[in-house]
Each structure stands twice: as C-alpha cells, then as structure tokens.
Design a protein around this ligand. Sequence first.
Ligand code: UDP
Length: 458
Amino acid sequence: MEKGEAMGKKREKRRIVLVPLTLHGHLTPILQLGKALSLKGFSITVFQGQFNRVNTSSPHYSGFQFLDVTGSLPESELMRLSPVEFLMKQNKMSEANFKTSIGQLLVQQGNDIACIIYDEFMSFCGATAEEYKLPSFIFTAASATHKACQVFLSKLNAKKFLMEMEDPGVQDTVVEALHPIRYKDLPTSGFGPLESFLESCRVVNKRTGSGIILNTASCLESSSLSWMQRELGIPMYALGPLHALAKAVKSSLLEEDRGCLEWLNKQKPRSVIYISLGSLGSMEIKDVLEMASGLYNSNQPFLWVIRPGSIVGSEIESLPEEVNKKVSERGYIVEWAPQNEVLGHPAVGGFWSHCGWNSILESIEEGVPFICRPFQGEQKLNAMYLESVWRIGIQLGGEVERGKVERAVKRLIVDKEGANMRRRALDLKEMIKASVRIGGSSYNAFDELVKYLKAGTE
Ligand code: UDP
C-alpha cells in the first residue's frame, strides 16, 4: 500500500471522543450524535460511568469503542448527594484519570483525535482538551433557553440574587436579556443550595471550548441561540432533534412494553392521554390516587408509565384496588413504553409530561400537545415555553386534585382549546421536519460541524 493511501485511510477514520453524563436523558441524545458522526466516517470512543451503562453489544453501536471514566461515582452517590454535589465530586475525581486515558488513546491513535465532545456537566474534560490542544465541544442535552439561563446565572451574585428575589415585583419582572423569561422562571430549583448551583454554572461556563452542540432546532429557540452566540462568541451548533439524525439509537433504561401499542390500536383517533414522568420523576401515592380518579372521570382512555420505584413508598403491584379498577376500565399501565412509537400513534391525543427536554422534542416531532406537570427548575422553564411561547401545553400546577386533572384532560383532548394547541403543535412539527431536511437549519449545522471536524484531512 502506498504511503498516501495509508494516510488517506487513517484520515478517513478520525476518532471522536464522547463523554456523556450517565443520566438517561443525557445519554440517548449524545449517543445519537455519535451514531450520526460514525455514519459520516468517524470512529467513536464513548467514556462510560458506573451506572446506566450502554448495552455495548447492540448493533447500533457496532464499531464504537467503550472505555470507562476511571474514578466515576456509583449510583449510590447520586442518591446520597444533591445533584450539584454529585457533579462537583464527579468532576474532581475524574479530571486526572481522564487526562491519563486520553494520553494513552492519543498514542494508540497516532495523535489523530478530531475532538472531545463532552456533556456540559462533565466539565473536567475541558482541562484535558486544553492540555493536549484538542478541539472540544460542550454538548447540552437541555434546551438552548436553559443553557442561556445558565450563562446568565453564572454571572450573578448568589446573595444579592436571593435578596432581590424576595421581592415579588422582581420575581415577575422579565429578564431583559432573555425575554420572555421572568426572574421566577430562571431554573434554579432542584439542584441543591443556590450558592453551589451558581458556582456549578460558573464552572460549566468557564470552559467554552470550540463550540456548543445543542439538541434543538433554531425554529424553536432562535432568540436564546442568538443571545448565547453574542454572549459567548463561539459557534452554536443547533442540530436537533438528534433523534431525527439517528432514529434507531436509544439507551433504554428498562425493557419497553410493546403490548401498549396493541392496546392503542383499539382506541379512537386522538383520544388517548399518554402519561410519563421521564426516567427520574416520582409521585406520592396520594397523587397517584387523585390522578387515577381524574383520568377516569375525564372519560378518556389513558396510557400511563409507572416505573418500578417511581411511587414513593409503594409499588405497582400493591396499588389500591380503587386505582386498579379505574385503570382496568379505561387505562393501561406499563413500566416503560416505546415512547417515540406511542407519541407517533394516531390514537394519542395528548401527553401528560414532566417536561424533560427529550420528551418535548419527541412530542413536537409528532405534533402532540401537552399537559405540563414539571418537578424542578429546568422542567418548569420548559413548561413555561410550552404554555406561553409555543402555546401547545396546559400547566397543571399546585396540588394534584381529581377535578383539576379531569378538567385539564378534557380541555386538551375534547375542547376546541386543545384542538387549537394540536394545530399549533402540528405547525411546529412541520417546521422541525423542514429544519432536518437538506438545506434546513439543523441539517446545515450538522454539515458545518462535520466539515469543521474533517478540516485539513481532505
Ligand atoms: N422514555 C421512554 N419510555 C418511557 C419513558 C421515557 O423511552 O416509558 C424516554 C423518552 O423517550 C425520553 C427519555 O426517556 O427520550 C426521557 O428523557 P427526558 O429528557 O424527557 O426526561 P428525563 O428522564 O431526563 O427527566
């Protein structure tokens, strides 16, 4: 073989290193990005943590190399610590080991690593990229608006912010830079003490790398994207929904119960409300009872995901008789659904969601409107967008109460208000579809990223 030929071959297969955060909602989209890049001729190395490990024998990952993040924390630490403490500790424990691992990989690869793409919360990777002068990209699994809020928050003084927020007038004031977000919408809850949360935002945003890769489409969040672009001065690659680039790739937590698709086949078009609180959300048993009664009283069929362990202090098998009776008449419970197929099923008319970003993209891709029941800051921000910006969702706030549940389901599935939301959701679906087609904004962003990563090799 000629020398040039050999070099040509090596150039064709430049290696990209992916470092996901091992939470379900973060893993799937970064693996989808990895798959899309491997189809463009890159070799992929994925660094895994100790839990939510990928099924490496899946044909979706053929050709992928999987390595461990040495020093990554076990799941028990995630249960024990607040999310911020967990991330801070994770970053501290892994930095030196990761440097060593990349050093070894560079030797094996003849120095040919195109870049490191790391989840924004795995910020220890930034130091390694700097040390070896490798391009690095921050991957954000949340919305661009959430990222923009993080950038904004990283500049605030925690004490002053807390004092200002005591004034209800301030809470309702729009953050000028981030219109239409109000101070009270800023996603600060659910991570631990505000001071440490703001510190983690500062850490995340200190190393900005060569660019930020976002699982969003500019038609959904153009103002947040342009604000960040101006603020950070580095390229933003809004190339989502990533699910459209690599549909088959999923990191399923549990086995999908496909029996629900047969049940859906028997329901009327757009009549079913699908309920899922994502991979982490949980409910109190009293809320489950109220939900079951409200859903039943709405007279609409419902498909309900109840993960093992997601009802505080109870299990699906020991649900009260009252719930079982109501479910057997009008509903269907699964532990884990094939969510994309469910949302794409003609019988589904609405999605009761905790408003995780992947769920939102998946539902918009199918033109399905929402009942929003968020738990923490980021999800609350998403819910605000669904209700007030895109106008494709109804927020269900406060105590879960059967009357409220019944009304919300009827408004969404039966009333004209719901039909209008569905129409707007279908408009967004078309816009999203256009963005991933040749010449669309997400298509172009992915193309630009690939060109950047191949630059100098062709
Ligand atoms: N999901 C699924 N089956 C279920 C429930 C959820 O496949 O029964 C998937 C869903 O399609 C989405 C992910 O789990 O891709 C949840 O991610 P999201 O960002 O919505 O929420 P998180 O779990 O991160 O809170």
